[in-house]
Design a protein. Structure first.
Length: 378
């Protein structure tokens, strides 16, 4: 395209992940297809509802009545817009269901989520993988867009001490006490979604053109925040940069090497294979995104109820249990594992049953040091 700042071949070849398929996600996905992106991964765990129709261009009333998955619908509609588009769908939670090896394949990740926790999870994965991401947020007639890049700008650092404390209180990593930050009740509009979604895609395309950014032909929003006020029709950009070298979220998992371990392997098989591959008898796998819970107990009498599931599924498991469902969560205790080694009592469990997502990278510790191993997909 002679009259464009962007190279169409690079756009077609780039792999882009979009997290969230609501009003903002709809606009972003539509714009990506119109701009020529042909390799996309979409992540969302929700179904289409009637309330989505007034601000989501890709959904219909029939989709809502059939309670179709948002990921299925957007993949179908994007293919209709451009049959050449390849869309990989993940019906799941960015916190637990997206493997780091998949993030590594992306040129850029675009966040279209409505909670601080979800943004934190996107940031953590992207920082580990060394991949930039573009955040967008809409509320009423207002919207913002920001860019975060490893080594330059970090969402977690921008939260500040109070924001970090608030996030720690809400962090849904302990199963029985998990608490996801709820989206605000203020309605959003399709107009604001279209404005912010357009800015997000524009910034994402810039990130695909690294050389142009380095030479100054293009300028990234990284380190600044774009703010749109539809009520008074004003826009502005403000400095929005923070990168604390001591922030644990900056730990890049590198180098990442291949392993023959598969998600279908049992814990016992996995530990044995890793011991052979790494040449060390003592091998420990860290569950960095969740935990595994074998039982839940009442705090007053230690009466145990076995749930045998990842931490993220414990609340749902206790809600179904006839003994525990009448107790408040504060009255319950969960017994969890975050490190898996030879002492783990359930060696017959598979990595899938532990909650390891597809295309993940295992953090493995030995006496010789730490390793980052990409799981083999079959």
């Amino acid at each position: 395209m002679a009259d464009s700042c962007f190279d169409q071949k690079r756009i077609q070849a780039a792999h882009v992940m979009v997290v969230g398929c609501g009003a903002l996600g709809n606009e972003v996905l539509k714009n990506l297809v119109l701009m020529g992106v042909e390799h996309m991964t979409v992540v969302d765990f929700d179904i289409v509802e009637i309330g989505n129709l007034s601000r989501s261009v890709l959904y219909t009333k029939a989709d809502a009545e059939a309670k179709r998955l948002k990921t299925d619908v957007v993949a179908e509609r994007l293919k209709k817009m451009n049959p050449a588009v390849e869309v990989q769908t993940i019906c799941g939670d960015i916190a637990y269901d997206v493997g780091l090896a998949l993030i590594r394949k992306m040129a850029v990740v675009i966040g279209c989520v409505d909670s601080r926790w979800a943004r934190y999870c996107i940031n953590r994965l992207c920082m580990r993988a060394g991949v930039p991401w573009v955040d967008g947020g809409i509320d009423g007639l207002e919207g913002t867009a920001r860019v975060f890049m490893p080594g330059k700008n970090c969402y977690a650092c921008n939260l500040g001490p109070e924001g970090q404390k608030d996030l720690a209180r809400r962090m849904p990593c302990s199963g029985i006490i998990r608490r996801q930050e709820q989206a605000g009740s203020a309605p959003t509009t399709s107009i604001v979604a279209s404005v912010i979604g357009a800015v997000q895609v524009q910034e994402a395309l810039k990130l695909i053109h690294r050389e142009e950014l380095e030479t100054g032909r293009l300028t990234s929003l990284c380190g600044r925040m774009f703010y749109y006020d539809g009520e008074h029709l004003t826009t502005r950009t403000a400095d929005f940069v923070a990168y604390d070298e001591d922030c644990p979220e900056h730990e890049q998992w590198t180098p990442i090497r291949q392993t023959q371990v598969k998600r279908q392997d049992t814990v016992g098989e996995t530990l044995q294979r890793l011991s052979q591959e790494l040449g060390d008898e003592e091998v420990t796998i860290s569950l960095t995104q969740d935990c595994y819970v074998d039982y839940v107990a009442r705090r007053d009498n230690d009466e145990r109820t076995f749930v045998m599931c990842p931490g993220r599924a414990v609340e749902e498991a206790t809600a179904r249990d006839k003994v525990l469902q009448g107790f408040p969560l504060s009255a319950l205790y969960q017994h969890e594992y975050r490190r898996i080694d030879k002492s783990f009592p359930y060696q017959e469990l598979t990595l899938t049953e532990l909650g390891i997502p597809p295309y993940d990278v295992l953090r493995v510790s030995t006496e010789k040091g730490d390793y980052y191993l990409e799981i083999k997909e079959v």
